[in-house]
Ligand binder design. Structure first.
Ligand code: COA
Length: 255
């Protein structure tokens, strides 16, 4: 349970809503745990055919809570965040994202695992891992070159600059752009169509479309190890402190 994530199911559709708007839906461990539990439960529940994930106010999510990165860095692969990203690669039922604003870090990398992605005109994506002295996660270093091509993936992951919905669509990260009012109805409409289809056929079709699951999970494990080391690095500590102190990081003393 988390006060920051709402989960409800209606007409075969599970809706997960991230709801910590005063922190731009920055993700705490308890929020990852609820998302992972809900996705796993959906796979086991014959009454759920598809999941939709969205945010609140002006944010899908601003990514991992940076205070958590600083104060509570992951020590092993059994953390809620590790469980959540593994789940993204392993779930058998479709996952649809409705990106209603900021989608930072895992807010964008999780989209590479979603089956359909809709974004509103005010959506703003970014992958600031290297800016934070971190490395890509959630198998994005495998999926993004595969989906977008090496140069586009490198542009987004090495420069870490925000990009808008139009560019996300051009690069193949999202399916469609809607107005803010039409976003959730659009995602729910697609979900409702899927919920009416033969469930086993849907699961099999998804499995066929994602026929490189082993490679995805392997790269996730490789990334996780490097990511965990980076969380304890002096470079990353400088980046997190800089965010807390609302200043630019100074990496000049590192080599
Ligand atoms: N972790 C912790 N707190 C966060 C956060 C995050 N990822 N993202 C936003 N917040 C908090 C801010 O600290 C601020 O808290 P405060 O009101 O107590 O000071 C509040 O949410 C609002 O954020 P603010 O920075 O004032 O909003 P903004 O619209 O100017 O900027 C962002 C929004 C997302 C661009 C900016 O907050 C940001 O860069 N956040 C960090 C994103 C990030 O690096 N995520 C990790 C990726 S791996």
């Amino acid at each position: 349970m988390s006060q920051y994530v709402d989960v409800k199911t209606e007409n075969g559709i599970q809706l997960i809503t991230l709801n910590r708007p005063d922190k731009k839906n920055a993700l705490l461990q308890e929020m990852y745990a609820v998302m992972a539990d809900s996705l796993i439960a959906a796979d086991d529940d014959p009454n759920i055919r598809v999941t939709v994930i969205t945010g609140t106010a002006d944010s899908f999510t601003s990514g991992n809570d940076l205070g958590d990165f600083l104060n509570n860095p992951a020590q092993n692969d059994e953390t809620p965040v590790a469980r959540f990203i593994r789940c993204l690669a392993e779930i058998k039922k479709p996952l649809i994202a409705a990106v209603n604003g900021l989608a930072v870090g895992v807010g964008t990398t999780m989209l590479m695992h979603c089956d359909l992605v809709y974004a509103s005109t005010n959506a703003k994506f970014s992958l600031p891992f290297v800016n934070l002295a971190l490395v890509p996660e959630a198998s994005s270093s495998y999926l993004m070159p595969k989906m977008l091509g090496h140069q586009r993936a490198s542009e987004l992951l090495l420069l870490g600059e925000p990009f808008d919905a139009e560019k996300a669509q051009r690069y193949g990260v999202i399916n469609e752009i809607t107005s803010t009012e039409d976003l959730l109805p659009k995602a729910m409409e697609a979900a409702a169509k899927i919920a009416l289809k033969a469930p086993e056929a849907v699961r099999l079709a998804k499995a066929l479309l994602k026929n490189d699951q082993e490679a995805v999970l392997n790269q996730m494990n490789v990334e996780s190890e490097v990511f965990r080391d980076r969380l304890h690095s002096a470079e990353a500590k400088e980046a997190f402190m800089a965010f807390m102190e609302r200043r630019a990081p100074d990496f000049s003393k590192f080599n």
